[in-house]
Design a protein around this ligand. Structure first.
Ligand code: ADP
Length: 334
């Protein structure tokens, strides 16, 4: 696994648990989302009702799971966690919905990957707090309506555009999670260093923040790698020099680009002379799923100003040529 991949495996999830902010006030950045959400939650509490369903969109590692846990904590409500891929049939969803407690928060990660028939069941559950359980097959099949406890759905998706409109419309509030600014990542790093009892210098925090692809998960992971390096090769203090040496050892470049980002840029520049080229063609040429390139690599490359989206396809910017140390051909599209 690449050190700057925004996805986490199970071991890392366990490490992350300790670093997760527990309350809204400790959640760094995303000011607008935080303020809007705080109003939604307080409004619901004043009325003594479950708040509107919340949809969170944004790339992996930006804090969607953390925010779902915070929502439950702020409401003092129990939390149930499941994900789209775990719901293969509508029966899987019915089993979850029919056992929810009153006011429970249901976090449905990767909601866009849920089975279609389950989606329709979810519409009804979200709107009417009811599940229609179908008994029997064929013409004799009957739907038995079953009331379920009022709950709050927190859905997460890497791209809200992937959701069918009827589902999207049933969320009362959509939070768009953006990449984090470097100063926000520095704050997260300092907080994490405190929790890990690591002695992190300010300039080292800035260095790590600048290479974290705007993503808290990556920032926390790079912090752990720098700490290892400081413990083994230094005296335990996380200084700027230690941070730089550790990060270059892990091949995280100054802009935070990882192997996949560089592979995508390299293909775009060398094979396709800077584009324009379609995203799926680009994905095939680096041996990746189009979704991985679209969700993981491209948003960051676009945000960093290396790739531009045009109606005819993806185009490399002059910054991309410069960053990769290549000279653009005279006829390159910018
Ligand atoms: P997602 O569900 O979007 O993939 P997570 O919520 O699992 O992301 O966050 C990944 C890691 O980053 C967690 O360890 C979490 O503590 C940390 N993190 C994410 N967002 C923030 C934030 N706003 N402030 C502090 N830490 C954060």
């Amino acid at each position: 696994r690449d050190v700057v991949s925004p996805d986490a495996d199970l071991d890392e999830r366990a490490l992350e648990g300790a670093l997760r902010p527990k309350r809204l006030e400790d959640f760094v950045g995303q000011e607008r989302v935080r303020e809007q959400l705080s109003l939604v939650l307080r409004g619901a509490q004043r009325r003594g009702r479950a708040p509107d369903h919340v949809l969170m969109s944004g790339g992996p590692g930006l804090g969607k799971t953390t925010l779902a846990m915070i929502i439950a904590a702020e409401l003092g409500a129990p939390l149930r966690i499941t994900s789209g891929p775990a719901i293969e049939r509508s029966g899987d969803l019915a089993a979850v919905l029919s056992t929810l407690q009153e006011g429970e928060v249901l976090f449905l990660d990767e909601i866009h990957r849920m089975a279609r028939p389950a989606e329709e069941m979810l519409y009804v559950a979200m709107e009417d707090f009811r599940v229609d359980v179908v008994v029997g097959k064929g013409p004799g099949a009957t739907a038995i309506p079953l009331d379920i406890a009022p709950f709050t759905l927190v859905g997460a998706t890497t791209r809200a555009g992937l959701l069918p409109a009827p589902l999207r419309d049933r969320f009362g509030f959509t939070a768009h999670m953006d990449f984090y600014r470097a100063d926000e990542l520095e704050l997260i790093l300092r907080r994490s260093a405190g929790l890990l009892a690591a002695d992190l210098d300010d300039d080292a925090a800035a260095e790590i923040a600048g290479r974290s692809r705007g993503t808290p998960r990556i920032a926390n992971r790079l912090l752990r790698r720098v700490r290892d390096y400081a413990d083994v090769r230094g005296d335990g203090r996380l200084t700027l020099d230690i941070a730089r040496s550790a990060l270059s050892l892990y091949e995280v470049d100054v802009q935070g680009l990882d192997r996949l980002d560089r592979a995508v840029l390299d293909a775009l520049l060398r094979r396709f002379r800077g584009g324009p080229v379609g995203l799926s063609t680009l994905a095939v040429s680096v041996g990746e799923e189009p979704e991985t390139v679209e969700v993981v690599a491209e948003p960051f490359l676009v945000r960093s100003g290396f790739i531009a989206r045009t109606p005819r396809g993806r185009v490399a910017t002059p910054e991309a040529w410069a960053h990769m140390g290549l000279t653009a051909p005279p006829d390159a599209a910018f």
